[in-house]
Ligand binder design. Structure first.
Ligand code: ADP
Ligand code: MG
Length: 299
């Protein structure tokens, strides 16, 4: 069985819903449930992608193990969650993480090794990204001489806004800003190097960091998943052309041509688009981790 989980319903804890994850507050810890929701063009689609939440959870775990930097994960074993979560083990296993609750640093720590998306748009308009000047003549999706740190605000709704490093420093303090810039670039470099060996380009990614009451800084949230990163298959990469994204390509292509105006709730996805998208998430997972994914409902 391979049912789609659009939403979890655990009672007894305050729940906050993000675009993709349901976050339950246990006081000093959180339980994060990765649903199968998928978003595109800033809308959550009415159709989920079966097992997507499991694949993204497994990828986050994989990268946390790979990076070995202090992070929020306590356990992803359903047996170690509070009883109300265990009671829904069939639905929740493999997509649920028990983590230390932190005070989130309110900045998206984006690192770009290639120039695409909003970075490319700003560069084309002004020769800068987040206010930093870059050498002239860089083409769309071209690799940068060095990875750059391009912070953004965490907008409560709508689009995140790219900001300068100086503005980040003014908001969180320059010591923390410099520390997070260094840690984020280092984590990007190591992950990009590993992915490249497996035929995948990690064009850019977004990290989130949080602080414990003791002041200790932890890597939080999802880590290096296709939802927080831009992955391209290396074999179809050509400088000057925007490569197909690893995961949402079919969804975006279909939404562009189905007649939807992007200003009203989006239509359901056809089964074909769902299947092909699920295959892409599976492929990304298997190529990056070298493991076969377990996507069934029962352990
Ligand atoms: N360890 C943590 N402590 C506090 N908040 C966290 C932690 N890990 C993740 N979060 C928050 O949980 C939420 C995850 O849900 P998500 O679906 O990604 O939401 P969003 O739509 O805001 O991206 C994010 O707001 C993220 O900042
Ligand atoms: Mg998020």
């Amino acid at each position: 069985m391979n049912a789609t989980l659009l939403e979890s319903h655990i009672t007894g804890y305050p729940r906050r819903q993000g675009k993709v994850r349901d976050v339950y507050d246990l006081g000093d810890r959180l339980v994060i449930v990765a649903s199968d929701r998928i978003s595109a063009f800033d809308w959550i689609l009415p159709t989920g992608i079966p097992a997507k939440g499991r694949l993204l959870t497994a990828m986050t775990e994989f990268w946390l193990r790979f990076l070995k930097i202090p992070n929020h994960l306590i356990s992803s074993r359903i047996e170690e969650m509070p009883a109300p979560f265990q009671a829904e083990a069939d639905e929740l296993h493999g997509r649920t993480m028990l983590v230390r609750k932190t005070k989130v640093v309110p900045i998206e720590c984006v690192v770009r090794g290639y120039l695409a998306g909003s970075g490319w748009k700003e560069y084309r308009a002004s020769g800068t990204v987040c206010g930093q000047s870059l050498p002239g003549g860089i083409r769309e999706c071209e690799q940068l001489p060095e990875p750059i740190f391009t912070p953004a605000t965490k907008a409560e709704s709508g689009h995140d806004e790219n900001i300068s490093f100086e503005r980040m420093a003014a908001e969180v303090g320059s010591d923390l800003a410099e520390d997070l810039r260094r840690r984020s670039i280092e984590a990007y470099r190591r992950a990009a190097e590993y992915a490249r060996e497996r035929g995948i380009i990690l064009a850019d990614t977004k990290f989130e960091w949080g602080r414990l009451p003791s002041g200790e800084v932890l890597l939080i949230d999802e880590v290096l998943t296709p939802d927080s990163s831009r992955y391209w298959p290396a074999d179809s990469y050509v400088v000057g052309k925007n490569p197909p994204s690893f995961d949402k390509q079919f969804v975006r292509d279909w939404l562009e041509t189905c007649g939807w105006d992007k200003n009203s709730p989006p239509p359901p996805l056809p089964a074909e688009v769902v299947t092909r998208t699920q295959e892409k998430y599976l492929e990304a997972f298997e190529r990056l981790t070298g493991a076969r994914a377990v996507t069934e409902e029962s352990p």
